[in-house]
Design a protein around this ligand. Structure first.
Ligand SMILES: [Zn+2]
Length: 132
C-alpha cells in the first residue's frame, strides 16, 4: 500500500466529494452522510468535523438570491402568499440545497489539508522549586 501521498488542494478533491488524501475514493455515502473511511486508500474520516460550516456558508451567501427574489416579488407585484410559496420556496430550495455537498466536501478536505483539529493545551514539565 502507498505510504506517501502528494498534497492535493481541497478545491480539487473536496468540491468533487473525493478523498482528501488519494483523490480517488469518495467522502460521502449518500447526499451528506460521511463514509467511515476511504474505499481506495483506507483514510479514516474520523477527523472530519465540519459541524454547521456548510449550512453557515449557505445561509450567508446562497440564500441571498432567494431573499432578493422574494422582496422583488413583494415590492414590484405585491405577490400574494401563495405565489411566494410557489415561486420563492422552490427557488430557495434550488439555490440552498445543491451547494451543501460541495461545501461540506471542501471543508472536510480543508480540514485534512491544513491538519486542522481541536486545540490542545501543551503542558511542559514544571521546573522544580529550589529551596534556599
Ligand atoms: Zn483515499
Amino acid at each position: 500500500m502507498q505510504t506517501e501521498w502528494p498534497p492535493l488542494p481541497p478545491t480539487t478533491t473536496g468540491l468533487k466529494g473525493r478523498c482528501p488524501r488519494c483523490g480517488q475514493g469518495h467522502i460521502f455515502n449518500g447526499f451528506l452522510k460521511m463514509r467511515p473511511e476511504c474505499e481506495a486508500c483506507g483514510l479514516d474520516y474520523g477527523f472530519a468535523d465540519p459541524a454547521d460550516g456548510p449550512a453557515f456558508f449557505v445561509m450567508c451567501f446562497a440564500c441571498i438570491p432567494s431573499v432578493l427574489l422574494g422582496v422583488w416579488l413583494e415590492v414590484q407585484h405585491s405577490a400574494p402568499l401563495w405565489v411566494q410559496l410557489l415561486v420563492t420556496g422552490p427557488f430557495m430550495l434550488a439555490t440552498c440545497i445543491p451547494p451543501l455537498r460541495p461545501l461540506k466536501g471542501w471543508l472536510v478536505a480543508s480540514q485534512y489539508f491544513y491538519k486542522a483539529e481541536e486545540g490542545k493545551l501543551v503542558r511542559t514539565p514544571s521546573t522544580p522549586v529550589k529551596e534556599t
